[in-house]
Structure formats: structure tokens, C-alpha cells
Design a protein around this ligand. Structure first.
Ligand SMILES: *Cc1c(COP(=O)(O)O)cnc(C)c1O
Length: 407
């Protein structure tokens, strides 16, 4: 059966007007075909056909909306974009091949040579490399500042500052940025405020409500949630996203339809997964605080966390990532990690499976000793991305880690 555009049944966004992010995660953005399938279809096609030469000309000329080529648009990718835009409360989303492609596309589309960026120190390591090594080659300079130190942000502002970039909570120490204060500073200086919302997802935090101009995700993490695909997305106003889309269309780091379909399936369970991640992480954080071999626990859900109140205002939950310092150094951290028998030793995060990482020698291993010290990445620091297994089983496995320390 041939597919005819006139038979497309679009589920209008307005049907979901005012609905909660939990509902949008399951239903927003779906594009039904004439087959009236219930679940989202996949369109693994590179190009699209036209009813006539005149229609082809109209599509290429932009007079008629519609698909041309999957580097530009693809219905499965559009469904994912529609869903995440609705969940974040942004006008439009542009899906990308990875989280890094989302950050690169944002920079390439919205910055030019001579512009200045201010970025928080605690960002994903590769973001740091992209800005410091590659964007710098094209005349975009970046100043790194401490996420929570407003005086450093203010002091770093220059007339050429065009972008302020953060992650909150930070990785791996769970520092919380005051998004409203940073957004106001950015806007007073004609700069864009960009938030990488990977750790919270729109289920826990919606940065547009706190003044963000652009929200970025690595879909590879919680949006997929099951460690299957690499992908990313940029969300913002129609005006800004038209620029990001223009870059993607020309440069090509687009999301594949198959990956978009996996992410659509992932989003449907995102709200219940995030609640399970948060519950398990809070319980483990409280339990770790009681352990004699633990010196310090970093998790914004703990009342001991210096920004616990701010986290409560900005977030609906505290997320699945926590870190802690063991008494001792690298030897103790590695012995603890190697002592566990179920938790996966891997640097990935945001998976239903709990993962354990030694940041100083993996995710943050490329930082200079000074940068590590600045970022608080000590040798005795261990990061957990808490999954959705039974929390008692997670405690039992971590107890094996503690027993390894007694030897
Ligand atoms: C993983 C990650 C990225 C990069 O995403 P990829 O999909 O691996 O390219 C960016 N930001 C944060 C916060 C991340 O955790």
C-alpha cells in the first residue's frame, strides 16, 4: 500500500494542552500514518517521493512543507523532536547524532569568530575539550568558572560574551546552579543561557522555567535509559532552532530514524524510571553517610548538601547520580570498585543498571592536576549512577566493596 500524505493523521499538540510531563512523555509528538498504528512507526528511508515534478519543486523551494531527505527531516525523528520539545516546554527541538553533536551544533549555529563563552568547570569532560581545543581554533574563546560562584561569573563577562553554558547538577559532585541568577546575568549582557539538562531530564527539571534560552540533552543517558543508542537533542525558540537546524542540514550530524524510535520508546517510561532512580539514590546516599569507611557523600537530596533548598526549588527530584569520598586514596577507591560483583564498572550513566566509576582516572582523567583539584576530583572519589534494581541488592553489593577495604 502506498503512503499518501493526505492520509496522515496528525495528533494535534493542542489535544495535550496543559497536560503533565508524565503524559507528554507517553503521547506527545506522535505522527500516525494511514495505517492507524497505535505504537510509533519507524521510517528507515533516506529520501521521500513526490506526486509530481511540480510538487518536488514546491518542496525544494520551501513553498510546501514536507519531507525531502532524512538529513533534513524524517518522521520518526520529528516525532522524537515533538515529544521532547513538549516535555521541556520549548517551541522546537532539533535531534542530533549524539549529545556532543547537540553541543557542537549549538555552538556552530549560534556563535561566530570573536565571540566569548563562559562555561562552568563541572561540565562533561568532552564539552570541555570541544570548547577549549576545537572552538578556540575558530576564534571562540572560553573562560571556565566555578558553577556556584556568582562573583566568578560576573568577573568573566566581556563585551564579546555571547553564551553561558552549564550543567546542573554538576558531574560528579552534584553542585546546583542558581539558574535564574545566571539567566539574568546572561540576558543583562546579551548572552544566551544554555543548560545541559542531561542529569535531570524534563521530568525533574525544566530549565526554560528558570530563564534558559537553549536546553541540551545527551539522549544516550536517561532518555534512552537502557544504554542502547547514542543521540542528542537541542531545544529552544523557533528562531534559535531554525539556526541549529540550518547547521545540521548542512553539516549532517542528524539522528538516525532507528535511534529516534528507541528514544521514543525510552521516553514513554522516563517518568517512572526517574522516580525509581531518585528513590534508590536518596536511600543509598543516606545509607552511605552512615558507613564508617565513607568520608563525605555528595547528593543534593541530603539535607547536609549546601544547596539542598535550591535543588528543592528547581527540581522535582534529586536525580540518580551521587558520589562519595572514601577514607584513603586511589588504592581504596579501586579496591572498593573491584569488590562489587553486580554493579557495572563503566563510565556510562543514566542506565537502569547501576554503574560505578572512578572519575579521577576515567571520565575526568584528561584534566590537568590543577583542574582536577579545582573541580574536586580527588583520588578517593567514587561515582554511582544509581539504577532501578532493588535497593537492598545494591546495598549488599556495595557491602562487598566495603568488605574489600577491610582486607
Ligand atoms: C554524556 C554526556 C554528554 C555527551 O553525550 P554523548 O551522547 O555521549 O555525545 C553531554 N553532556 C552530559 C552531561 C553527558 O553526560
Amino acid at each position: 500500500m502506498t503512503f499518501c500524505r493526505d492520509e496522515q493523521v496528525w495528533i494535534p499538540e493542542s489535544d495535550l494542552e496543559g497536560m503533565s510531563v508524565d503524559t507528554l512523555a507517553v503521547r506527545a509528538g506522535q505522527i500516525r500514518t494511514g495505517q492507524l498504528e497505535h505504537s510509533d512507526p519507524i521510517f528507515p528511508t533516506s529520501s521521500f517521493v513526490y506526486g509530481s515534478a511540480a510538487q518536488a519543486a514546491a518542496r525544494f523551494g520551501g513553498e510546501e512543507p514536507g519531507n525531502i531527505y532524512s538529513r533534513f527531516t524524517n518522521p520518526t525523528v520529528q516525532a522524537f523532536e515533538g515529544r521532547i520539545a513538549a516535555m521541556e516546554g520549548g517551541e522546537r527541538a532539533v535531534a542530533t547524532a549524539s549529545g556532543m553533536a547537540a553541543i557542537l551544533s549549538t555552538c556552530m549555529a549560534l556563535l561566530q569568530s570573536g565571540d566569548h563563552v563562559i562555561c562552568s568547570r563541572g561540565v562533561f569532560g568532552t564539552t570541555n575539550v570541544l570548547l577549549q581545543k576545537y572552538m578556540a581554533r575558530f576564534g571562540v574563546e572560553t573562560t571556565f568558572v566555578n558553577l556556584t560562584d556568582m562573583a566568578q561569573w560576573r568577573a568573566a563577562i566581556r563585551p564579546e560574551t555571547r553564551m553561558m553554558f552549564i550543567e546542573t547538577p554538576s558531574n560528579p559532585l552534584c553542585e546546583i546552579a542558581d539558574m535564574r541568577a545566571l539567566a539574568d546575568l546572561a540576558h543583562d549582557n546579551d548572552a544566551l543561557f544554555v543548560v545541559d539538562n542531561c542529569f535531570c531530564t524534563p521530568v525533574l527539571q525544566r530549565p526554560f522555567e528558570h530563564g534558559a534560552d537553549v536546553v541540551i540533552h545527551s539522549a544516550t543517558k536517561y532518555l534512552d535509559g537502557q544504554g542502547r543508542c547514542i543521540g542528542g537533542v537541542v531545544v529552544g525558540s523557533d528562531k534559535l532552532m531554525e539556526e541549529v537546524y540550518g547547521f545540521l542540514r548542512s553539516a549532517g550530524p542528524t539522528m538516525s530514524p532507528f535511534n529516534a524510535w528507541v528514544f521514543l520508546k525510552g521516553l514513554e517510561t522516563l517518568p517512572i524510571r526517574m522516580r525509581a532512580h531518585c528513590d534508590n539514590a536518596l536511600e543509598l546516599a543516606l545509607w552511605l553517610e552512615q558507613q564508617p569507611a565513607v568520608a563525605e557523600v555528595f547528593y543534593a537530596g541530603l539535607s547536609s548538601h549546601p544547596q539542598h533548598e535550591l535543588a528543592k526549588q528547581q527540581q522535582k527530584g534529586f536525580g540518580g547520580v551521587l558520589s562519595f569520598r572514601l577514607k584513603g586514596g586511589r588504592e581504596e577507591a579501586w579496591a572498593f570498585i573491584d569488590g562489587t560483583r553486580m554493579i557495572s564498572i563503566t563510565a556510562n550513566l543514566g542506565d537502569v543498571k547501576t554503574t560505578i566509576t572512578h572519575p579521577a582516572t576515567t571520565t575526568h582523567g584528561r584534566l590537568s592536576p590543577e583542574d582536577k583539584a579545582q573541580a574536586g576530583i580527588t583520588e578517593n572519589l567514587v561515582r554511582l549512577s544509581v539504577g532501578i534494581e532493588a535497593v537492598e541488592d545494591l546495598k549488599s553489593d556495595l557491602e562487598r566493596g566495603f568488605r574489600a577495604l577491610e582486607k
